[in-house]
Design a protein around this ligand. Structure first.
Ligand SMILES: Nc1ncnc2c1ncn2[C@@H]1O[C@H](COP(=O)(O)OP(=O)(O)OP(=O)(O)O)[C@@H](O)[C@H]1O
Length: 262
């Protein structure tokens, strides 16, 4: 049964090339909770500290928190990109990852070739994969660029392709960073239905975002991170509070309420 279980999950990043000893000392003194010196005398950032949570089938979880809180690190750790340095993590189920647009793509192959490879990887026959590539190519709206190597794509084109490819994966555990929801308006208009389908068919959604209206629309539960720790975990209404009234012209929107902090 698809689920995610984390016990004492801890992720750290060493900071290389910090230079002078005095700089190290200053950093460690300024942020003793987030930074520490390890056994090899490297300064390390505690990106995720001792997280305990369980996400079960049917849950749609938003990761919220200010810049640097640990949202993307947690998504990437769930996707297997980062290895925890402490604790235990179990992710059961086929993972679909909309975190880094070029992850899992061969840059020297064309968009079409990448789609076919994904199909073969999923166990489809060559003929099925090629037929699927036709549909995905049409949905991506990349036109003739579908037959150009991916390394020549613009950032927006890469998002289009990875989004289109994700729709054919049928993942059980869908991991998504918010910028996948921020493609160009015309494409997102068309993609919305597919996205709803993708989310609806997944057993678990974990979405990192600053946009509280997106959280309310897509999620049932929110985990608030701060400084790499969980400071709140519960139903969306409980963690975010009641929805703010729609702002009038000139007033900040609710989305900004969780935006960057100095
Ligand atoms: N590759 C890395 N090397 C060193 N430190 C890193 C690395 N990736 C993240 N960090 C650090 O880990 C912490 C958490 O970063 P993360 O990107 O997960 O935050 P976030 O909540 O996703 O922020 P944002 O909302 O700005 O995207 C930060 O202090 C950041 O500096």
């Amino acid at each position: 049964m698809p689920h995610i279980q984390a016990d004492g999950l801890t992720v750290e990043f060493p900071l290389y090339h910090l230079g002078a000893r005095s700089l190290k000392k200053r950093l460690l003194a300024k942020s003793p909770l987030r930074l520490r010196e390890d056994e090899s005398h490297r300064v390390v950032v505690s990106a995720l500290r001792d997280l305990d949570f369980h996400i079960g089938r049917g849950e749609r979880v938003a990761l919220v928190g200010h810049n640097g809180a640990g949202k993307t690190t947690l998504l990437r750790t769930l996707a297997g990109v980062y290895e925890p340095v402490g604790g235990r993590l179990e992710v059961e189920g086929l993972i679909g990852s909309l975190i880094d647009p070029t992850a899992g793509m061969d840059q020297s192959s064309t968009g079409r070739e990448n789609i076919v490879l994904r199909g073969l990887f999923r166990g489809l026959s060559e003929r099925e994969s090629e037929a699927m590539a036709e549909d995905v190519a049409a949905f991506s709206g990349l036109g003739e660029f579908i037959d150009v190597p991916v390394r020549n794509y613009s950032a927006g084109m890469q998002v289009r392709l990875s989004f289109a490819m994700a729709t054919v994966m049928e993942p059980q555990v869908l991991l998504m960073d918010e910028w996948f929801l921020a493609g160009d308006a015309a494409f997102m208009e068309r993609a919305r239905e597919k996205l709803a389908e993708l989310v609806g068919n997944a057993d678990i959604l974990v979405l990192a975002t600053h946009d509280m209206s997106v959280v309310r629309e897509w999620c049932t539960r929110a985990i608030r991170l701060d400084g790499g720790r969980i400071i709140a975990d519960g139903p969306v209404e409980e963690v975010l509070g009641p929805a703010q009234p729609v702002p009038r012209a000139g007033e900040p929107a609710e989305a900004a309420a969780d935006g960057p902090q100095p």
